[in-house]
Ligand binder design. Sequence first.
Ligand code: 5GP
Ligand code: MN
Length: 323
Amino acid sequence: MPIKDEFVPAARFLKNFEGKILLASHENPDGDTVGSALALYLALKKLGKSVKVGCRDPVPYFLQFLPASREFLKLPVEEEFDLCVVVDASSHKRLGVPVRAKSFMRIDHHKGGDFYREEDLVDAFAPATAAVVYYLIKNIDEDLIDREVATCLYTGLATDTGFFTNSNTDAEALKLAHLLVERYGVDPHEVAVNVKERNPLRRFKLLSRALDTLELHLGGKVSSMFVLKEWLDELGASYEDTEGFVNYARSLDGVEVAVFITERPEEGVWKVSLRSKGKADVSVVCERFGGGGHKYAAGCKIPLNLSLKEVKEKLLEEIRKVV
Ligand code: 5GP
Ligand code: MN
């Protein structure tokens, strides 16, 4: 694959950076933010950089097989960094906590958002942030990529593309997956088993309750599902156990847009996840509520002082305009 010119300034900047670096993953971390941050962390450590990796929330159980996943710091921390690299998020606000840093940099694949410096790497056409990080590391020094780094990158790419089935699965994604497997020895089966087949029983008990809430709206073009905090408490489950629930709602025949709502009293919000089968742009809907994301997957938060019924009504009012 070619050396891409746009990666040169960022690669040079990180290669020459002398201060303390924090690589920060977004709140409610997914495979792409964790995989991308860990790949860059391992690479920069090999280069001898002073680098740490952190997130507000713990690494979800299905990503704990990744090398160095135990080295994630729980944010916030007292320490002040010279540079905070925001990984897979449109803004430092998506970290969900304040970070003390002299400067910021963004490595991401979301459109719009905040820009911090000339060397920011934001490619809204990349299938995953992991693809952006791959080119970045390649431009720093290709020899930094080993099987561990490649496994982190592959995990980011695989999870964000729904294991190469979502609408962001393009030739670029498959080519990169092929390269990571062929050249660096990534084992796709090992990644899939770790990510998808280590579910705790509580997750299915919770899924069963969530599926009971499944409803159709707007003549069957929209589906919705929700999870209440008290169910999590009763089952000893946490938010990470709801990962992917929205895909069940999306998979219904005739559904164009799926809505998944989780009650989060500690943040005072309803956390909303929207998914589109491809035609409707759900990022537009989430932007109306101060969130964002991609055409096919987006999220936002709505204050808890609205009832669940009101939240659904407000969302449907906006979704109606895009389906
Ligand atoms: P999820 O529904 O899995 O939380 O997120 C789906 C997509 O939307 C991800 O790309 C995520 O980064 C983005 N997203 C989710 N919640 C928010 C939010 O509150 N603000 C913004 N800007 N993006 C979000
Ligand atoms: Mn992400």
